[in-house]
Structures are given as C-alpha cells and as structure tokens.
Design a protein. Structure first.
Lengths: 200, 252
C-alpha cells in the first residue's frame, strides 16, 4: 500500500494547520488510526458502516479543531482521535435509543484514558446541521460556493470550471447562492436558537 | 439589499485579509448589520464544513481502494497449515489479486457510462399530454429533429431535458450537460422540481461519459442518499466501489 509520508504528531498538526498537502495528511490519519478507533466501535456493537461513518466524522472534527487552533497538546493524536470517536459513537447510540445495557457497557469503556473533548462534541451537532443546509442547496449553488469559499478559486478560475459566461455572471450567481444559504440558516430552528443565544 | 451586497463584498475582502474601516464601524454601530454579518460568517463556516466533509470522504474511498487492490503479505509464520492448503490459498490470493488488478486496469468512467447508460423513455414517468414537435421527435428517436425543434426562446425544463437527452444520444456531452444544468439552475431559482430528478441523474451520466467521475460521483451519492429520488433504485444498484476505483485512477 502507498504510505502517505511519515509524520510525527507535531508534523501532522503543522501539515493540517498550514494545509500543506492536506490530502496526504488525511490519508495518513486513515492509514494510522482508522483500525484502532474502529475496533472500539465493533467492540461496542457497531457495524463496519458505523465504524466507517464515525471515523470519517472523527477526522473532520480533528481537522476542524486543528485548523481553528483549538487543539491542545494534552494527549497524543491517537488518544484524541479515539476519545472523539468514542464520544461520537456514544451520542449515536443515545440517538438510536439502544438498551441501557449497551450504554452501561459503553460507560465502562469510557473509564479508560480519555482526552477532554466534551467541548468539541457539543459543537458537532451544529456542524452537522450546517453541512446539511449546504447539501439542501441545488448542485450548481453548492458547487459555486465550494469552489469560492473552500477551494479558494478566483472568479476567473470558476468561469473555467463551470458553464457560466463570464465573471460577472458567476459573481451574481454566488451572491444569490449565499443569500439562499443564509436564508436556509435563518429558517433552521436549531441554528436560529443557537444564534439567538449568541446575540443575547 | 445594497447593504447585504456590501456585507458580502466585505466578507470576501476580509477573507482575503483586506479590511474596511467603514464596514467595521457599521458592524459595531448597527445591530441589524451585525446580525446579518454573523449569518454570513455562519454560512461560510457551513460551506467550509461541507467542503471538508467532501474532501475527507474522497480520501477515505482512496484509502479503501488501496486496501482492496493491494494484498498485503501477512509476514507471520504458517505453523499448522499444510503445504497443499497453503498452495491453494496462494493460488486464490493470486486469482483474487489478478482479478483486482485486471479490474483496475480496465475500468474507466467510459466503461461505467456504457454499463449504466439507458435511454430515457418519455411518458413512463410523466403524464402524456398533447405532444409538441419535440416530444413527437423524441418518441421516434429522431435526435436531430429534437434538437432542431428546440427553441431557446420558448424553452422550459421539459424541452431542455429532452434536448439534453438528444445531445447525450448523439454523444454531444458538453451540450447535454449544459441543458441538464439549465434545468437544475431554473429549479434552484424558482424552487420547483420540474424534471429535476431526471436532469440530475442524466447529468451524472453525462459526466461519466466525459470521463469526469469527480463531477459525477457527488451527484450519484446525493441520489443514493435520497430515497424519494426517481432514480434512487437505479443508482442504489450501481457499484460505488467501481466508481471510487475510477476516481482513484483518474485522480492519480
């Protein structure tokens, strides 16, 4: 298998923070840590698909935390990832209203070494809701917003990617799409509630 | 409206590291503008979250494919396995590995397009009303007549979709994509869904025909996730492992 470089914890954090070949860093996370976090999910009743979903969510959370400069080097990356995955799985089990027995099993599992990531988990649901709103946009809108605000492409570069006549058309379209997205956010009760708390 | 546009301009400039003292002042003095500004920041967060999710999902699939196509030697010592069983296992591994490599070598967006493309039967999912010339030509599979009957000044989603299908049949993939995206753009603006599912599915198929699996895959994933989509069952039967394999090959 092609190995995605070899990183120390510090190098990996720097690669993510500075977005130096982020794809390689993500591949490294999968190669190094997917198996150990997945085994925990299997141990507590999860399927392969569950492990797959939970680790993907874990990687997204990890990158998000590192990019925002919130990662505290209190534990190794492995410990952090396993802790995040455990908590995501715990919340998922709660959502699925599994039996008390399974939750007790889980709580026993939580006694092991664990990084303090409760603050990160509380943010997870909000981030999921935000992502869902983007997916509610039509494909053309999603594409234009991702190219501009995620891929950091200029208007000129976007014209080369999408079937629009010129930069002004793209600019108008982007404006409308961003307006649609803020409309969806305003119309989302859960998000509006959180925003309400911010504005209090 | 003007203020909203000004806020978006300010947002774009501030993301590029530029600042505007006037806008900063507006945001600290006008609570309504500050509120809108926070919604815009939240929208950018949402887009970046969705982008990161898409990027991680793509790499995950690459990792899965790497795991699937490369048979790792175990490195362990075979203690109790008899020589014959070991030979059979080795042959099976070789056959499986060979099949995986053969698949990897031969698979492409084009081959998946050939596998998954099927013509659209007009009238099977929509009511048959009074037919116009374009619809009649479509029924007789006269693709050139469909295109010559298409009138851009009198277009609607159905006409654009049928013209897109005619382009697809004639292997004019860029034109087909333009028609399908037009349908989706009109729906996005009007909030309707007239021929939305059809255009979405055949847009993905057109991207496959153009060997652009990176464009096709997100659309197909969206269809697969939506059980109410007209083409959900069709897409659910597709092999996403094959699609990911092609994506891995094409991104290399």
């Amino acid at each position: 298998m092609k190995v995605a470089g070899k990183y120390s914890d510090a190098e990996l954090l720097a690669a993510i923070r500075e977005e130096q070949d982020l794809n390689k860093a993500i591949l490294y996370l999968y190669q190094q840590y997917a198996a150990s976090t997945s085994s925990f999910i299997f141990q507590y009743g999860g399927s392969e698909q569950d492990a797959d979903d939970v680790f993907q969510e874990t990687v997204i959370s990890f990158i998000d935390v590192v990019k925002k400069g919130k990662y505290r080097m209190e534990a190794s990356i492995k410990t952090f990832l396993v802790s995040v995955a455990r908590n995501i799985w715990f919340n998922e089990l709660k959502k699925r209203e599994r039996s008390d027995h399974r939750e007790k099993l889980f709580e026993r599992g939580r006694d092991q070494e664990e990084a303090d990531i409760s603050w990160q988990i509380s943010d997870l649901e909000k981030r999921r809701q935000l992502r869902d709103l983007v997916h509610q946009l039509g494909e053309p809108c999603k594409k234009i917003l991702l190219l501009y605000y995620y891929e950091d492409l200029s208007m000129k570069e976007i014209v080369e990617h999408l079937p629009y006549e010129n930069e002004q058309v793209v600019r108008n379209k982007k404006y409308k799409c961003l307006q649609s997205l803020t409309g969806l956010i305003k119309g989302s009760p859960a998000i509006a509630r959180q925003m309400g708390e911010v504005f209090k | 409206m003007e203020q909203h546009q000004a806020l978006i301009d300010h947002l774009d400039k501030s993301l590029q590291g530029e600042s505007s003292p006037e806008m900063e002042q507006l945001l600290s003095n006008d609570p309504e503008a500050a509120r809108e500004w926070n919604y815009l920041l939240l929208a950018v967060d949402a887009i970046q979250e969705a982008g990161l999710q898409q990027q991680v999902a793509t790499i995950k699939e690459e990792w899965k494919i790497q795991q699937a196509i490369v048979v790792k030697p175990t490195g362990g010592i075979v203690r109790r396995m008899s020589r014959n069983i070991a030979k059979i296992a080795a042959i099976l591994v070789l056959v499986a590995g060979g099949a995986a490599f053969y698949k990897y070598a031969t698979i492409s967006s084009g081959s998946l397009y050939n596998k998954y493309y099927s013509s659209y039967e007009l009238g099977t999912s929509r009511g048959a009303g009074d037919e116009n010339a374009v619809e009649k030509a479509y029924h007789t599979r006269d693709w050139n007549a469909v295109l010559s009957g298409f009138n851009a000044s009198k277009r609607d989603n159905k006409m654009d979709f049928l013209a897109g299908m005619a382009d697809l049949e004639l292997k004019k993939y860029d034109d087909a994509i333009e028609h399908f995206e037009q349908v989706m753009a009109v729906n996005a603006q009007s909030g309707s869904d007239y021929f939305q599912d059809e255009a979405q599915y055949y847009l993905a198929i057109s991207w496959l025909a153009k060997n652009k699996v990176n464009e096709a895959l997100p659309i197909l994933e969206k269809i697969r996730a939506n059980k109410d989509h007209l083409f959900h069952d069709k897409v659910a039967k597709m092999s996403f492992l094959d699609l990911r394999l092609v994506q891995y090959k094409e991104n290399k």
